[in-house]
Design a protein around this ligand. Sequence first.
Ligand SMILES: [Ca+2]
Ligand SMILES: [Ca+2]
Ligand SMILES: [Ca+2]
Ligand SMILES: [Ca+2]
Length: 518
Amino acid sequence: MTRILIIIALLVGTSLSAQVYPKDWHLKFSTQDTTLGIDLENAIKNNPKPANSSTVIVAVIDDGIDIQHEDLKNNIWVNKKEIPGNSVDDDLNGYVDDINGWDFIGGSEKDVEYDNLELTRLLRDYQKKFGTKTKKDISKSEKAEFAKFKELEKIHAKKYAEAESYYNSYKNVKTYLDALKMELGTTDVSVEKLEKFEPTKNESKIGRNIVLSTTAKQNIPPARVFKEFEDIHNYFYSVYQYHLNLKYDPRYIIGDDYTNTSNKSYGNNEVKGPDGEHGSHVGGIIGAIRNNGIGMNGVVADVQIMVIRVVPNGDERDKDVANAIRYAVDNGAKVINMSFGKAYSFNKTIVDDAVKYAESKDVLLIHAAGNDSKNIDKESNYPTPFYADGKRCSTWIEVGASDRNQQPAEFSNFGSKTVNVFAPGVEIYSTVPNNKYESLSGTSMASPVTAGLAGLIRSYYPNLTAAQVKAVIENSSIKPTQKVSIPGSKKKTKYKKLCTTGGIINADAALKAAASVK
Ligand SMILES: [Ca+2]
Ligand SMILES: [Ca+2]
Ligand SMILES: [Ca+2]
Ligand SMILES: [Ca+2]
């Protein structure tokens, strides 16, 4: 859900799309029109598919995917060992009628749509534990935990007050834009028409001024201004009503024993969920059907996308993430995309154990670095590639976002020890539910570009190990030598200081490198 934060940053800062991005820029590499993507189309031309190539399964752990989408449908994984709709777990994998994947945040009546931030859940647990105790009631052994409780309480209170104030101001903006929309009868209106339009209501007049000034400032059409403000309003509504609301806990919907972390039999088999925009977009970047004359091209052609839903509108839970990784590994995924993250961890051990399991089974994990313009060597964005003992998972690639000029995106997280590579993640055009398409920005988009490339290499060269594929992607990345802006700062640095390789992934170089691995 961090896309909204990017939009807000851009609305108050610079332009949302000062530069128009061609819809398939991330697959090109052309200095003539500066579309410095991953050079996929040349990669495929220059590197013929080997005879022993095979279909690769890529799991998308996200908020669900519209498996009926016209440009995804034929590339969705089908569990052939499972007979659909007979209420029997035919393949005995622990999940009944799991045909396209699994929804770990679904219940028997409905799915979880909203959840808290991990911050809220942690604070609620501390409140239960310490109640109204004050410092003088606390034993020596509880001192550190009590201090943590007080720290989280402070952080939460500040965020809650902020959310309330943002929510109220965007609620007003929504009132103005809704009034204008009502008078216009549509949001699909040109700037010229809107300039000439004389609203009758005062609220609509204010709305018209907001749309016209934002259109001019951001260089985006009025329809998009309506949509962005609607998204921002909805975002702050969810933050205020759900993410930070200590009284809201939706886990009852699922009906699992939440405290039993070894339990994996819960959820449902309907994988789109109530939203699915984020997951569908991610899935399309990896494997939308190539060259079929509709929509857009995914990175890898010979692919099946396994759909695993764990991300609500709010923070995903560690138990679900761990079970999702294990599901993907046990059911044949060779690459797992993880375009999610959170600032606090509830149970890092169970996630680490699942990551170790994936590592032991030769599965690649691709993770988005996050969109807070921060150095994640210093502030963690969970899940992290590092285990408790400081060792790093050998089959994990952490990905930052770059733009069409090979610059790091201004929202991207970075870290010379944690982030491995950068990949295109600005204005990426891909599939969203109901046969629609949209351009979105975020490391959430850079991660599946990389997962797509990992899938492509594993489909071309099935004998390479996950660690070899990781090395190929890293070593073949393009290393820009010019200084670039540190995200969120005016200071300049080299890419080498932003990630371990100092590189942006490149499909042509990667396939060449992969061909010569012995
Ligand atoms: Ca099953
Ligand atoms: Ca069945
Ligand atoms: Ca569901
Ligand atoms: Ca297509």
